[in-house]
Ligand binder design. Sequence first.
Ligand code: KDG
Ligand code: MG
Length: 403
Amino acid sequence: MNIVEAKVIVTCPDRNFVTLKLTTDDGLTGVGDATLNGRELAVASYLKDHVCPLLIGRDASRIEDTWQYLHKGAYWRRGPVTMTAVAAVDTALWDIKGKAAGMPVYQLIGGRSRDAVTVYGHANGATVPEALEQVGSLLDQGYRAVRVQAGVPGLEKVYGVPTDRAPYEPAVAGDRPEEATWSTAKYLNFVPGLFAAVRERFGHDFHLLHDAHHRLTPIEAARLGKAVEPYGLFWLEDPISEELQEGFRLIRRHTTTPIAVGEVYNSIWDCHQLITEQLIDYIRMDVVHGGGITHLRRVFDLADLYHVRTGSHGATDLSPVCLAAALHVDIAVPNFGIQEYMPHTETTNAVFPHSYRFADGLLYPSEEPGLGVDIDEEAAAEYPYRQAYLPVNRLEDGSLHDW
Ligand code: KDG
Ligand code: MG
């Protein structure tokens, strides 16, 4: 079962995606997501110029050895570009192994630990009434968990809030990133009232989540965590920038609001201290940016030892290939917490035919051999790459701030 072809496909069906497709000499194919939002072509080049040539002739069944070969063998390890490329290879190899075994991938990594995957949906309102309307609509659709974001009075553009009621997509097409203005004071004065309004209207019988998107200092995050304790958040996500792991100690000293972190992490070495010191409650690493199924399971196993549960990132910039793979991991690991779910557009779904399905607040992984997702190359070719960037954030005095 040797690899005979490794193809990198870049397409933009409403947003950019990079996909690796491997083919073996016995005609099996496997796909892996390689999308890094706003830096897509760097991963495409890393794969095309440096990884694909090494894959030709390799035994596709040697998943662990290939992971180690691309990790240790590169000398330059880790980082988002490298780990996303390695993830794509790893995911495609698991897809092939599942097809060779005639089993869905989750069966190869321990089988089901649960019947279905609980997901959280997104309520993003420009105003509090608009956010409340969206919470109501998600609860009506059967969601058991809802992340709530809303526009902050006095700030024009805020993370998670679309300007036109369309589904939120932060990457904006163009040759420069959009700029937004941020005020932590305005946000901190506003956001506890948002959760109060949600709980007052809809009660406590569903999980309420929120993403602070890396913008606070540890003491500001501690203040927020403490202030929102009465609203029983399932988690407060990314309260501070993620580089300084010991920064989370200060938050922990002050609040029992659960903390979720990790969507920008790429390896176990980015989060081992957060896990072993029990500074977080949910680890949000995902298949595509976390080194693939092989490495993500290693992270999740470490987390399990320390009572940290999983909560994988699942925004629309993670392609249906990544979501399909995530669901196999989610259904199998013992310490699953929740999965983020932001449905892709119809155009995206048409390019990535898949058989996972949503019902009543839950996602069900595919029962087909492999991952149960593919890329329609002809359809993909109709949507050429468009340059797009994630926004840049500045404080009101013009200083650059975390976005
Ligand atoms: O590409 C960046 C997005 O994936 C990120 O901003 C989304 O924070 C995010 C989330 O929690 O989904
Ligand atoms: Mg986030």
